[in-house]
Design a protein around this ligand. Sequence first.
Ligand code: CA
Length: 231
Amino acid sequence: MNKQTILSIEDEKNIGNYIETILISNGYKALKAMNGMSGLSMCTSHHPDLILLDLGLPDIDGMEVLDRIRGFSNVPIIVISARTQEKEKVEALDRGADDYITKPFGSEELLARIRTALRHSNQVRSSVGVEKRYSCEDLIIDFDKRLVTLAGEDIHLTQIEYKLVSLLAKNAGKVLTYDYILKEIWGPYADMDNQILRVNMANIRRKIEKNPAEPHYIYTEIGVGYRMKEN
Ligand code: CA
């Protein structure tokens, strides 16, 4: 099996080495770039399967690197940010990043994000990969039948609630921003705010979560959006 190649664009040597070690010991081929320009050129010359992109780079802003890569490639990009500002994460996601991870992060978290992003990009490429079912522990969603069951019991959702849950389930493991969700559910011109999402989410959680205050299936990424548990 071909090793998947992951390019990390990161100027901090320690973090770059840390990432490289994690990647290599988990069977990936690791490429390193220390600044934005060499990252861009390695991206065009090596066609990596995934990119880890630090936003704070010495030469050009990571956001600019993201824009330029998106100008010619759909390669999955996970943004790595030391800055914890939610605005920045949301902006990166809305500009086409697939996910983000905040420093400091552990190897398990990094590897999980990588697996999710690679899985989603393979699904998009194969086009047959549209899953017919989400299944995670007690929660099963049958997309053909539009049926949601929890431990074998039918869960009755409104149409909007179902759309929301199935959108998140089809993107399980991936964070979806509030804006993205609003546009997907209510259309690009709908004048909606996050409040309607919060209300619907509260109703969904009452129906599918054992303890809605500590959700197990759908996590809130504060200030950013929601992420559904991957099976
Ligand atoms: Ca940096």
